[in-house]
Design a protein around this ligand. Structure first.
Ligand code: DGJ
Length: 715
């Protein structure tokens, strides 16, 4: 393995190497960190020979190209979207780079190399460090920026950070560019879209306080020529669970730069004398294997370096929300638990409605003691019953929220985000607790750790059901940026409470939820075990949502429930088999009112649960190949394969076949061409080469809502 970071001091060139890629940057004579290359591997000699990226055109109107800099600043002849924009105490805004030095840390245990390039402003008290981390087993490069107010004199002044991105990526010049990203809404998250990038600036952002249902904090760029199997793709994902902004700039001379970081437009941070602000990590990945390889590289990276327990197999879960709504009682939950256990469920989760005066969304949120009528003897009898049935016990919580009609709000009306003389906008009849306040974060941590510890709770579903409004923190005063720091501190404290809880209870597992997929990102994935990716449980809509989710995030985290029909969100009555097959391509879970299912439905469901357990190791830990994406084909199909090609499971869904014509065979991927594979259901034997070259005839039943699963094992 070549050294991960090498340096040519004479040309001030740095080469970062990952297993299959190279990244080159250079510090200019004037101290500016310049971008040189992000793509295939290079030697240091080749890297030195490469000119800096992006044409700087000093014709009076153009100036420095954003594609040529590692962190475009607001200062000098720069007219693109700045990654770093500050205002000093005397009102000066233009920054000027001066190089200071570097540090390089090699971690022999993890094989990670961390390069820090240190700079300062030429005149004003600002230290700027660009951080880069590369590993020997991943092509993902992590970047971040550290900003330090170096004036720590007694009468030192604050520096205002108007924009502080984690980094800016540049792609090599191409004739055309395409942007892939996931847009959405509540109950319609993570819909993949791929379109030619217009000239100018394209902004993906969240202003909602969370990473959001509406846009995912990741993006992929290609030259318009990549497909699932081929082509160069540059992608990036931000490890931040609050508001964020990605600005993609396509210059009129066809260069491309992408700057990304925490915070939305208008948020300003105050850097007190002596204070350091470290941005969230921004991960970047280059692949020359098309979108399929890009997805697989993200999955492998997240499993190896982000998820807390990647090797664990997630249990089959039951969740009571769609069955009971807020009408939660001990008896009702026990009945559901008994049905769930009989079907082979391994983790039973009681959802909203178990606490305070919570019988609807009107009251009780914030009062985290069991509802006295519903649980006269507290939670323990139910927890014990569930454990007695051989299942783990999980509980829904929403620690960041309060109903105005609650004891908590009556005691602490100042704990919510608010501005004086402004209304407190209620959404879902609730207000947002200001988790940026240390006392509020400590309160949340305190009751959560007691709840988990006192009752032996195995799993929390941590929900968050509304965006921020009137995001003020009056106690912080009126200094510029003083209150805006809540956008950062809230998110940090949310992540910190999760960290503390997990440290207290190593056996605890957590599901991330924000009305479905309103808060998914690499920071959440580092602290949770699975994600409730959408409140939309329609088996058909889910195929689109799951496809978009799994573009970057591993299937191992993608929870999917089978619920009742007509579906609560879509009104559609998708057949049970299709609903199960849709959910079985993720973390199979059940969410219907099992007490109302017929004996035949329960029997069929039990069969699917048992079947899922025979191949869930492939779904959860295997390698994903999208054989037919839901956007472009009537037939949607995915394949999950063991890394050593010894096994694969193939799912296919055909909602409305046309003209009664058979589907063409499905060419499989990543099998051993010289091996033979047995279909576990029929014992039919297939040659690997035939499955790769000709394909598999999926046993799709005739008619609408047709679906099939084929589990193949190498003989
Ligand atoms: C939104 C979640 O996404 C649902 O699954 C459920 O937990 C409700 N909140 C409960 O209020």
């Amino acid at each position: 393995m070549p050294v991960a970071v090498s340096h040519a001091p004479a040309s001030r060139t740095w080469l970062l190497r990952t297993p299959a890629t190279g990244y080159v940057l250079r510090v200019d004579d004037d101290g500016t960190p310049r971008h040189v290359h992000w793509g295939g591997p290079l030697t240091l000699e080749q890297a030195e020979a490469m000119p800096a990226a992006g044409p700087d055109v000093f014709n009076g109107w153009d100036g420095r190209s954003p594609a040529g800099e590692e962190l475009p600043i607001d200062g000098g002849a720069r007219f693109g979207a700045p990654s770093l924009q500050v205002r000093f105490a005397d009102g000066t805004r233009a920054l000027e780079w001066a190089a200071v030095g570097h540090t390089l840390d090699e971690d022999p245990d993890t094989g990670a190399s961390t390069l820090r390039l240190h700079f300062r402003d030429r005149h004003y008290p600002l230290g700027i460090t660009l951080g880069y981390l590369v590993r020997q087993d991943s092509d993902v490069i992590e970047r971040w920026t550290e900003l330090r107010n170096t004036d720590d004199s007694p009468d030192g002044a604050a520096v205002e950070l108007l924009r502080a991105d984690s980094g800016s990526w540049a792609m090599p010049p191409r004739d055309d560019y395409r942007l892939s990203h996931a847009f959405g809404a509540w109950a319609a998250e993570t819909q993949l879209t791929r379109a030619q990038l217009p000239y100018g600036e394209t902004v993906l952002t969240s202003r909602r306080g969370t990473s959001s249902h509406h846009a995912q904090p990741w993006a992929m760029i290609d030259a318009g020529d990549a497909d699932e199997q081929h082509g160069q793709v540059w992608s990036t994902a931000l490890a931040w669970s609050g508001t964020w902004r990605i600005t993609v700039q396509r210059t009129s001379d066809n260069h491309l730069a992408l700057t990304a970081g925490a915070g939305h437009d208008g948020v300003q941070l105050r850097l007190a004398p002596g204070e350091t602000h470290t941005t969230p990590r921004l991960a970047g990945l280059y692949s020359d294997g098309g979108f399929g390889a890009t997805t697989r590289a993200w999955h492998a990276h997240i499993r190896a370096h982000v998820l807390p327990h990647p090797g664990e197999t997630r249990p089959v879960l039951y969740n009571s929300w769609e069955a009971t709504g807020f009408a939660v009682t001990q008896d009702g939950q026990q009945r559901l638990a008994a049905h769930a256990a009989a079907l082979g469920v391994e983790l039973f989760v009681m959802d909203d409605g178990w606490f305070g005066a919570r019988r609807s969304d009107r009251a009780g949120l914030g009062d985290w003691t069991p509802h006295p009528g519903a649980f006269p003897d507290g939670l323990q009898p139910l927890v014990d019953q569930v454990h007695g049935l051989g299942m783990q016990f999980g509980l829904w919580v929403e620690p960041e929220m309060v109903n105005p009609d609650s004891d908590l709000y009556r005691a602490h009306p100042d704990w919510v985000l608010h501005h004086p003389h402004r209304q407190r906008t209620e959404l879902r009849r609730q207000l947002v607790l200001n988790l940026a306040r240390r006392d509020v974060a400590d309160w949340a941590y305190g009751w959560l750790t007691r709840l988990v510890g006192d009752h032996g709770i195995d799993f929390l579903k941590w929900d968050m059901n509304r965006p921020f409004t009137e995001a003020g923190w009056p106690e912080q005063g009126a200094a510029p940026g003083a209150q805006d720091r809540l956008w950062i501190d809230y998110t940090r404290n949310y992540l910190d409470v999760l960290d503390r809880l997990r440290a207290d209870h190593p056996g605890l597992r957590v599901e991330a939820c924000s009305s479905g997929g309103g808060r998914v990102d690499l920071a959440v994935l580092a602290r949770t075990d699975q994600v409730w990716i959408s409140d939309n449980t329609d088996g058909s809509d889910r195929l689109v949502i799951q496809d978009g989710y799994a573009q970057v995030y591993p299937v191992r985290t993608m929870a999917a429930w089978v619920t009742d029909v007509p579906n609560q969100q879509s009104g559609r009555a998708v057949p049970l088999r299709f609903r199960f097959h849709s959910a079985m391509s993720g973390l199979l879970s059940l969410g219907g009112d099992l007490a109302e299912w017929t004996a035949a439905e329960l029997k069929e469901a039990g069969g699917y649960v048992a079947e899922y357990k025979t191949y869930r190791h492939l779904v959860q830990h295997g390698v994903l190949h999208r054989l037919r994406p839901p956007q472009t084909h009537a037939l949607t199909a995915v394949q999950y394969t063991a890394p050593d090609a010894s096994e694969a499971v193939v799912f296919g869904w055909l909602q409305q076949p046309r003209f009664g014509r058979p589907q063409p065979p499905l060419r499989l991927a990543a099998l051993d061409p010289v091996a033979r594979y047995r279909d576990r259901a029929t014992d039919t034997v297939h040659h690997g080469a035939v499955l790769l070259e000709r394909g598999l005839d999926l046993p799709l039943p005739a008619g609408d809502w047709s679906s099939a699963v084929v589990h193949l094992t190498r003989i």
